[in-house]
Design a protein. Structure first.
Length: 78
């Protein structure tokens, strides 16, 4: 019947190596590429998924201004 301890051990090592391999990698490059909303005043970047309340909060707290002045041309739904 073939097989034996050597073959079973090799199969188990292969299975364990496959399970231990990194799955998705880092999200860092994707997040950096998605930062495409830029404050016109201070050039701080925001993720493209940012909502208007977050941008308004930045404009009011950092610059005592409005989101429309800090982020011209940005139409982000609330």
């Amino acid at each position: 019947m073939g097989g034996g301890n050597g073959a079973k051990a090799a199969q188990k090592r292969a299975r364990n190596a496959k399970a231990a391999a990194p799955k998705g990698g880092s999200q860092l490059k994707t997040n950096t590429a998605a930062m495409n909303i830029i404050c016109a005043t201070c050039k701080q970047t925001f993720l493209s998924t940012s909502r208007m309340p977050q941008l308004e909060l930045h404009a009011e707290n950092k610059h005592k201004s409005t989101a429309a002045l800090c982020f011209p041309g940005v139409n982000v739904s609330a």
